[in-house]
Design a protein around this ligand. Structure first.
Ligand SMILES: N[C@@H](CCC(=O)N[C@@H](CS)C(=O)NCC(=O)O)C(=O)O
Length: 201
């Protein structure tokens, strides 16, 4: 019998979205439980590390977004086709995580001056990041190998805010533009995005 999955996270993209996209791309059913803050306050102490996202698999619970995404990617065949590919895929996913951290640090800056300083640093960081990824990407619309992996999905998640602010951000990066296009074309992803609630992050 197929495992029963439940993903618990705030009603945000942030650290939950990559796993949601993996489920969507793989066409795997799961419960997308978006918890509100009062309910989270009651649940927090009962969770493994007091943080979300949480993944339940047939009643067993785990946390840490990176571990959850990697686990679901491997379970659904989106983690890479050899251990070298798996390592390459994880390398790209970790790089996107760094990018998201830089965005979050700017978004959640402790004061206005720090926010402005961190926001100003985003442009050069993103340019360097995109230059590296373009150089390292495969030619056929996939970062690694010849088919979709969760590295492509992670890149797509990371590009959300970049493309929201500058729709032409990938103009100079044809291989990466193709990665985004391929992810958008995925039927499961397209169906999920059409229904997904709007959120700031
Ligand atoms: N390294 C952890 C970080 C998890 C984390 O910071 N979760 C935040 C939401 S993004 C959280 O649970 N906040 C609520 C709280 O700490 O009570 C991961 O990637 O899962």
């Amino acid at each position: 019998m197929a495992p029963k999955y439940k993903l618990t996270y705030f009603d945000l993209r942030a650290r939950g979205e990559l796993t949601r996209l993996i489920f969507a791309a793989a066409g795997v059913q799961y419960e997308d439980y978006r918890i509100d803050r009062p309910s989270w306050a009651k649940l927090k102490e009962k969770t493994p590390m007091g943080q979300m996202p949480l993944l339940e698999v047939d009643g067993k619970v785990m946390c840490q977004s990176g571990a959850i995404a990697r686990y679901i990617a491997r379970e659904t065949g989106l983690g890479g086709k050899s251990s070298w590919e798996e390592a390459q895929v994880d390398m790209f996913v970790c790089g996107v995580d760094d990018l998201i951290t830089v965005f979050c640090d700017a978004f959640f800056a402790p004061d206005q001056a720090t926010k402005e300083e961190r926001t100003k640093a985003l442009g050069p960081y993103v340019s360097k990041f995109l230059g590296n990824y373009e150089k390292l990407s495969g030619p056929d619309g996939h970062l690694v190998g010849a088919s979709l992996t969760y590295a492509d999905l992670a890149f797509f998640v990371g590009m959300h805010d970049v493309l929201k602010h500058r729709a032409d951000a990938l103009e100079k990066y044809p291989k990466l533009a193709k990665v985004v296009e391929r992810v958008r074309e995925n039927k499961g992803v397209a169906a999920y995005i059409a229904e997904r609630p709007e959120s700031d992050i």
